[in-house]
Design a protein around this ligand. Structure first.
Ligand SMILES: [Zn+2]
Length: 437
């Protein structure tokens, strides 16, 4: 019984071991296959042997060879072009056109495509639209791309590169034409006028031979000029006198222009507190009064303006008087501190709600032109007093705004050195010298 049992046992044993041999065999086979696979894959990825890709394509990630066969086109929009015209021209699917235009931002951006603007198209090897890019601003693009789930779009803002440029010129007839000849655009010419508004009289004060130099920014997208930036520094030689301006912007704060020593170029006062048509009577402490006929000092300046023209506070301050006062008629007095007061006479009316004690800021409307009191016609009688002594408002040296705060001084001076050196370097170039004549 034991003998028969043994072979039975053996038999039964061999019956169970046979599948085991098979599974080991198949396992080894599979492992071998995997080894071959791995080796070949490594070879493939190293040598890019094209015959391997068919083998590998079953299980391994395919090298990105499709992109090289995509067709990329940069086209220029021509007069009257619509996106549909462009789709027609490149045999693009009308259903894709509908899908692209179904995105609201794309529809808005591509409703009126401008002649001369560029559009980038990328087509798959089968000719279907893959990507579209269109410039919608100086450095803004709308980008459309096909995904598995349809088209997606986004607006992309590309960073502009800022470059510095120097322009310089000589005044021959007018400052404006000189600045234009120097290559400055109108926007920067106006900026320059504002920067030196208190130092240089652009209407009457310039002489032939006066020169200027400007360091300014130009912004580029790649190699393409996009826009002008800010004036960083400027010099003006007026009748041999040098005026300089350096732009400085604190990390948190607004940009202002200072002298290279850090004094503000802005004034804390307006020269005239309204838009006037002419000076009808000037400051004269020995004047004969036109109505009274007696010598009576004219302690301010008369600025003729239409009845009702707004009158503004000439500087920051506090209203110290508002009401009728003899020959002044309706009068406002503003106290500005440091002994400075300004007076506004012959007003037709005051601004409602403004009362003595109220703070007003430079340029804030306080009243309106009239002819109350001793006045022959509508005008503003404007006075500027220091410790109650009348000054000529049109020539008095106006106080500047606050100088650069001390904590910025070091970085301001370092920046100033760089700017002035860059200007000197540009001006010393031969071309600039011949321009200087
Ligand atoms: Zn007057």
């Amino acid at each position: 019984m034991e003998d028969t049992k043994k072979p039975q046992g053996i038999q039964s044993g061999s019956a169970t071991t046979l599948p085991l041999y098979f599974s080991v065999f198949f396992f080894l086979l599979a492992a071998l296959a995997l080894m071959v696979f791995t080796v070949r894959y490594l070879v493939t990825s190293e040598s890019d042997a094209p015959d391997i890709t068919t083998t590998a394509s079953v299980a391994l990630p395919q090298p990105a060879t499709t992109s090289t066969t995509n067709l990329e086109q940069t086209i220029e929009v021509t007069e009257g072009d619509t996106l549909a015209d462009i789709f027609d021209r490149y045999n693009l699917d009308q259903r894709d056109l509908s899908a692209v235009l179904s995105m609201p931002n794309v529809k808005t951006a591509l409703r009126h495509i401008k002649p001369g603007n560029q559009m980038q198209l990328m087509m798959a090897p089968n000719g279907a639209l893959e990507k579209l890019s269109y410039q919608i601003g100086s450095n803004q693009f709308i980008k459309v791309a096909r995904t598995q789930h349809g088209f997606i779009s986004k607006t992309v803002t590309e960073a502009l590169e800022t470059r510095k440029a120097v322009a310089q010129g000589v005044v021959r007839s007018s400052f404006y034409s000189a600045a234009q000849n120097a290559g400055l655009p109108t926007s920067l010419i106006l900026d320059l006028g504002k920067i030196f508004a208190w130092q240089v009289n652009f209407k009457q004060g310039l002489h032939p031979g006066d020169t200027f130099e400007v360091l300014y920014e130009e912004r580029y997208l790649g190699d393409k000029f996009v826009e002008y930036g800010d004036i960083l520094a400027a010099k003006f030689y007026v009748n041999g006198e040098l005026f300089e301006a350096i732009r400085f912007k604190p990390a948190k704060g607004i940009a202002r222009y200072y002298t290279p020593m850090g004094n503000s170029l802005d004034r804390a006062f307006m020269r005239a507190p309204l838009k006037y048509t002419r000076i009808s009577s000037s400051f004269n402490l020995n004047r004969k009064h036109p109505i009274l006929g007696i010598t009576r000092p004219h302690e301010g300046v008369d600025l003729a303006a239409n009845w009702g023209t707004p009158v503004t506070a000439a500087g920051n301050g506090v209203i110290s008087f508002e009401g009728k006062e003899g020959g002044y008629g309706n009068l406002v007095i503003v106290s500005h501190g440091q002994g400075i007061t300004t007076r506004y006479g012959h007003l037709s009316r005051f601004v409602k709600g403004l009362r003595p004690g109220d703070h007003v800021s430079m340029g804030q409307v306080i009243a309106y032109v009239g002819s109350t009191g001793l006045a022959t016609g509508p005008h503003l009688h404007y006075e500027y007093r220091i410790n109650d002594a009348p000054q000529n408002p049109l020539t008095v040296k106006l106080p500047g705004t606050a100088p650069l705060p001390a904590k910025y001084r070091k970085s301001f001076l370092a920046q100033t050195r760089v700017y002035l050196a860059q200007m000197d370097k540009a001006i010393s170039m031969p071309y600039q010298l011949t321009e200087l004549g």
